[in-house]
Design a binder for this molecule. Structure first.
Ligand code: I3S
Length: 124
């Protein structure tokens, strides 16, 4: 890999506001709080930021939440929310995120792309 690649990883899917609720932080339960987040998928990370300007920023102090997808588990859930099109990402460090969007096809597109990223980054 090229030095500094982590800062400039290829973007696989970008430019969409998804509703995100972090319900567990490293195994510690969090109060569910749905927030609309600008979401970017790289080869092996999911980036959340309230502000689309910072979509690729991972500098210290940036408000980007970086979710490492290596070893994560992604599954649809109908139990953790009354909303439709909800899927859950559980990271290998035990953090849990719910992702949701009104459009079925948009939700499926993100679900498929994230699962692909999980599979390829976990095998790598
Ligand atoms: O799993 P919960 O606690 O029923 O999730 C709901 C809460 O997060 C609620 O916030 P308050 O606890 O402040 O009332 C949200 O407004 C709801 O949207 C959450 O339920 P859904 O089914 O939308 O995920």
């Amino acid at each position: 890999a090229v030095a500094g690649a982590a800062l400039f990883e290829p973007v696989e899917l970008k430019g969409e506001h998804l509703n995100v609720a972090k319900i567990s932080d490293s195994g510690k339960k969090q109060r569910k709080n749905w927030t609309s987040m600008w979401t970017v998928l790289t080869l092996d990370q999911l980036l959340f930021n309230k502000d689309r300007q910072q979509e690729s920023a991972q500098k210290p102090g940036s408000k980007t939440d970086v979710v490492q997808l290596c070893g994560a588990v992604v599954e649809w859930t109908t139990e953790k929310s009354s909303r439709k099109n909800v899927f859950q990402i559980t990271t290998n460090t035990g953090s849990e995120y719910l992702l949701q969007v009104e459009s079925n096809s948009t939700a499926s597109k993100w679900y498929d792309a994230i699962r692909k990223a999980v599979n390829s980054s976990t095998k790598a």
